[in-house]
Structures are given as C-alpha cells and as structure tokens.
Design a protein around this ligand. Structure first.
Ligand SMILES: [Zn+2]
Length: 151
C-alpha cells in the first residue's frame, strides 16, 4: 500500500521545485552545472556572512559605541551563528570536493538523450517516488530531537 504523499506547504513547494529543476535542466551536463553553481553560491553567501559577523563581533570588542543597525543582533546570537556556520562551511567544502568528482564524469550524446527522455517522463509526475524519498529529509531535520544530543 502506497503512503499518501504529504501535502503541507513545505512539501508542495519542494515537489514544485524538484520538478522544475528536472524540467529546466534535463541533461546530465545541465544538472552538473546547476548543482555546482548551487553549491558555490551557497558557499559564497555563507562565507561572506561569516566574515561579516566576525567583523561585527571584533568591532564590538574594541568599540562600545555601536550604531543602532548592529545593536539588534546580540553577541550570543552572533557567536552561536558563527559556530553553526563554521560547521556548514565545512560540510559545504566536503560537498564541493564530492561535486568535483561528479564533474569529472562525461556523458555521451546518446546517454544525454536518455536523460532528456526520462526527465520528460519524470517531471510532470506528482507522485514520483524518488522525490518523495528525497523530501523526507526536509521533514525530518527540523523535528529530530535526538539529532543534537547524539553528537
Ligand atoms: Zn510535508
């Protein structure tokens, strides 16, 4: 018996986005480039925010006069975020290393045609099993209470 796919707004957004990325990037090469750009943009943004937060924190340590714009983030909030972002940056770096391996793979035109063909079949299907499996990640991560206590 097939499990009913979740229809909450997060899941629906995920289904739509997942299918759009298959429809608009239906070849192996396009997926390689898309995912590479996605990892890099995520890394760039996290890296810049980390630098900015570090700058703010060290500025506070040396200067008591703060402008109003910077006061609404507490020192603890910044320190916590820096800890989290440090982990995220390390994970993203690992993903980038793996993506480089995937990037080395070249696919022949005949196989690329297969990718397009399967993409056509896959993207309009609202109950795509692979997508449902992927989306479990989205659901699990925010609610898992044991995740932090284990490690
Ligand atoms: Zn859901």
């Amino acid at each position: 018996m097939a499990e009913e796919p979740c229809q909450c707004s997060d899941c629906q957004r995920f289904y739509k986005e997942h299918d759009r990325l298959i429809r608009e990037f239906p070849t192996f090469k396009q997926q390689q480039e898309l995912n590479w750009a996605s990892i890099q943009s995520f890394r760039t943004l996290c890296f810049k925010v980390t630098n900015e937060l570090q700058r703010q924190l060290s500025e506070r340590e040396s200067n008591e006069d703060l402008n109003l714009e910077e006061k609404h983030i507490s020192d603890i909030e910044i320190t916590d975020a820096l800890d989290e972002l440090e982990s995220v940056n390390a994970y993203l770096y690992s993903i980038e290393a793996l993506m480089e391996k995937i990037f080395d793979t070249k696919i022949s035109n005949n196989i690329e045609s297969k990718f397009r063909e399967i993409a056509d079949e896959l993207a309009p299907d609202p109950l795509n099993v692979d997508r449902l499996v992927l989306n479990r990640l989205f659901h699990q991560t925010p609610d898992l209470p044991d995740k932090k206590t284990i490690d």
